[in-house]
Each structure stands twice: as C-alpha cells, then as structure tokens.
Write a protein that binds this ligand. Structure first.
Ligand SMILES: Cc1cc2nc3c(=O)[nH]c(=O)nc-3n(C[C@H](O)[C@H](O)[C@H](O)COP(=O)(O)OP(=O)(O)OC[C@H]3O[C@@H](n4cnc5c(N)ncnc54)[C@H](O)[C@@H]3O)c2cc1C
Length: 408
C-alpha cells in the first residue's frame, strides 16, 4: 500500500504531526528507531502555548494522570533582583508542565496510533526512494536490525531531530546558522522547596529548576561553550560549582543531598534553520530548526510546527496529497509560517545564550519586581502568551528613563 505520509521520528514533533494527520484521515506510518517508551536527552519544560495544544489534542488529562504536577509558581533571580509570581494561565491550562520525556513522548505516540497511524518503533529509516524527477516517493526501513523494506508515501516528513537522517538524505541546506554558545548539564533532586519553575542567572552561568514527576526537580546548569572542553573533564564538579555560584539559594538545599539520577549533559547546542521542505519531503521540529535549549522552547515549538504543518496539508487529503504542486504550495506556506513564528524567539534565545546578563535587562527586571502588573506581563511574555511590546508600558518606560537620568 502507498501511505499518504511517512513520519520519521515519533517524539514531540513527529508524534503530534502523525496524530493530527491521522485524525484528519490520512494514511500515516510513524517510525522511530528508538523503543517506545524510552528517554532522551532533554529538559522537560513545556510553555503554556504547548500545554494548550496538549489540551486541545485531548492529552493534557493523560499528562496530569501520569502524576505530573502543573508548574504554578515562577521565580527569576538575577543580581539582587527577584521577580516572582503565579505562572500565567490560559483557559483550561493551569500552568506550565514538565513531564518526563519517556512519559510525554509515549502519550503522544500512543495517541497517534489510537488516532489511526501505523506505529513502528525500533525501526530506522536508512534511505529514501525518489522518482525520475527526484521527488521523494518513500522510505527504506530496517526494523530491529532485520532486512530492509521499502514503504511508499506521497510525503515523507523528517521529525528525526537535530541530526536528521531525512535532512541529510535530501541535502536540506541550512540558511541561518550561529555558533554554539552554551553547554548544559542536568540531573534530578528530591524535596526541593520554592517556586515550581526557578531561574537564576549571572554573567557566565544560568541555572533552571523545574518540578517534574515524583516531586523531583530537574536542575540544569548552563555554562559558556568555550568552557566545554574544560567542563567535560569533570562535569559533576563544574555542575556543582555553577549551581553553587549562580543559584546559591537553591544550592543551600542541595549541598548535602545526593541527586536522584546520574548527570546528563551536552555541548552540542546548535543554532540553525534548515530549508523546511522540498519535492515530496518536509522537516518538522529540531530536524528543521534547532536552537540552544536555554529558553526551553524546543518542545513547544515542535507542537506549534506539527499543528502548522498538519493544518496546511489539511482537509482535502488524498486529493491534495495526490497533486504534487498543491502539496508543495501547502509546504511553502508551512515553511514561511514556521520562519515567521520561530525567528523572534530564535533571536531572543541567542541573546540569552550569551550568558552575559546585560545591565539594561537587570534594570528592567528591577522595575518589574516591584509591580504585580509588570510581573504578570513579564511572566506572560516569557511564557509566550503576550507579545514583548506588552511589557513596555508607560510605567516601565517612565521608570527606566528616570533611572537613566539619575545615572547620567
Ligand atoms: C539538555 C537539553 C535540554 C532541553 N530542555 C528543553 C526544555 O526544557 N523544554 C523544551 O521545550 N525543549 C528542551 N530541549 C529541546 C528539546 O529536547 C527538543 O527541541 C525536542 O526534543 C525536539 O523534538 P523532536 O521530536 O524534533 O526531536 P527528538 O526529540 O530529537 O526526536 C527525534 C526522534 O527521531 C528518531 N530518529 C532519528 N533518526 C532516525 C532514523 N533514521 N530513523 C528513525 N527514527 C529516527 C530518534 O530516535 C528520536 O526519537 C532541550 C534539549 C536539550 C538537549
């Protein structure tokens, strides 16, 4: 049989793409070389717009039923400034969430299967088939080290992560690329008190704490990329030193404790956009666009892209997918919308990943911390549910210009 779509990669980009396309009536094959369930190297934070999509897809209750708590309180600490308050909410969304990836990804993949997608885990894409015009027409698969099989499809979607096999096989060019800026290490700690989502920053260090299942808090420490070679020689010591110096209030609680798991980490924090589509293929999630994990947007952005792509491929299904020109037009709209939506966060992310806590940011947060209204606005901007302009009220601008005047 010819599938309408083969989706390669069954985590937070691929599984919702398959879910939405299958629910819309497409014949979908979803493959992943990893077993399901399985863990992956990742933080866990899902911003409210991502949680909203889980709710819309009917999956938030399953996340809650897995024992994952909502993150209802937030605190930001930089220099002597502390901005804290309730996490922003949306209708039906009681905060951010930070489910373990082996829970989240499994819920998503099972939902795709329940929605009608054929799901094959432990199955690797090893090649693509093309027609005489070079249009991708299917995938070559190898299940669990077995023999190779071919599956035909009208569209192959690479949701196979930053090192995407599909992107390599179609030779998708990168058109924005910035150097790696940070490296990151994280582990999990029991019994940590304080806000559910805590951020601490200082020049040269950034620490994030987020509450997940079993009352464990993931504590991540970011350091500059140019220290990675030194840091990796004794990562546990560098992790502890970064948390101690960047987040002393948090470190007080951890100093005599033993982490609940081993230390995980990476220096491979790439920043790029890849061409999102070509004849018979498309990329979604990290495969097409990757950024430093510091602002924790990868999962939410994957959900947003999945919804965009499925929405553009849309309603008239088999007819639509049978017509290459119409598919290409839908993919072009997806690509343009992806770039328009992802570029502002990408730029902010590059600034954050410089780890330089610029004085104007500290001055802004110093004004914000004293005002409940500005605090709400700031937390809303960080959550991605308010545009940045909404922070810069007359009150904030007046206070900043006063400060500027006293400095002169
Ligand atoms: C240290 C760290 C912390 C992070 N913290 C956060 C955070 O707090 N919040 C957040 O939103 N994001 C965070 N991110 C980013 C987030 O992990 C990614 O953006 C997200 O996982 C992207 O999902 P994806 O589905 O595109 O790719 P992936 O999660 O990488 O999944 C790709 C899948 O494709 C499969 N695959 C690959 N090649 C093949 C093949 N040839 N055949 C079959 N299957 C294949 C893989 O097995 C894998 O399961 C973090 C990342 C890191 C590294």
């Amino acid at each position: 049989m010819t599938y309408d779509v083969v989706v390669v990669g069954a985590r937070c980009a691929g599984a919702p793409t398959a879910l939405l396309l299958a629910r819309a009536g497409h014949r979908v094959l979803l493959v992943d070389r990893a077993p399901i369930p399985s863990d992956t190297l990742s933080g866990l934070y899902i911003h409210q717009p991502g949680v909203e999509r889980l709710a819309r897809w009917g999956l938030l209750d399953r996340i809650r039923a897995s024992g994952c708590p909502p993150l209802r309180t937030v605190s930001y600490h930089v220099a002597d400034v502390r901005v804290s308050g309730p996490a922003p909410t949306l209708p039906g969304v009681d905060g951010a969430y930070a489910p373990r990836r082996y829970v989240l990804d499994t819920i998503l993949a099972e939902a795709a299967a329940a929605g009608g997608a054929d799901l094959r885990d432990r199955t690797s894409v090893t090649g693509l088939t093309t027609d005489d015009d070079g249009r991708v027409t299917g995938v070559r698969l190898r299940a669990n080290g077995g023999t190779e099989v071919t599956e035909k499809a009208r569209l192959v979607i690479g949701a196979d992560g930053m090192r995407s096999t599909v992107a390599r096989l179609v030779d998708a060019p990168r058109y924005a690329h910035h150097p790696n800026l940070t490296c990151v290490y994280y582990t999990f700690w029991a019994g940590v008190t304080g806000a559910d989502f805590q951020i601490y920053e200082r020049p040269g260090g950034w620490v994030a704490g987020l509450r997940s299942h079993d009352d464990l808090m993931l504590v991540a420490a970011y350091l500059p990329q140019d220290q990675f070679d030194r840091v990796r020689r004794d990562a546990p010591a560098a992790y502890r030193a970064t948390v101690a110096t960047t987040a002393p209030a948090l470190w007080q609680q951890l100093t005599d404790a033993t982490p609940a798991e081993r230390l995980y980490g990476t220096g491979d924090q790439r920043n790029f956009f890849r061409q999102a589509y070509g004849p018979g293929w498309a990329l979604v999630g990290d495969a097409g666009h990757h950024k430093d994990s510091i602002n924790a947007h990868g999962i939410t952005d994957s959900f947003v892209q999945a919804e965009l792509l499925a929405g553009e491929l849309g309603g008239d299904l088999r007819g639509n997918l049978g017509d290459g020109a119409r598919v290409d037009a839908a993919l072009a709209r997806f690509a343009a919308a992806r770039d328009a939506l992802m570029t502002p966060n990408y730029r902010t992310n590059l600034l954050t990943a410089r780890l330089d806590s610029p004085p104007d940011r500290i001055a802004t947060l110093r004004v914000v911390q004293d005002s409940p209204d500005l605090t709400d606005r700031y937390l809303g901007v960080v959550a991605g549910i308010r545009p940045p302009d909404e922070l810069y009220t007359r009150e904030l601008l007046a206070q900043l210009s006063m400060l500027d005047g006293t400095r002169r």
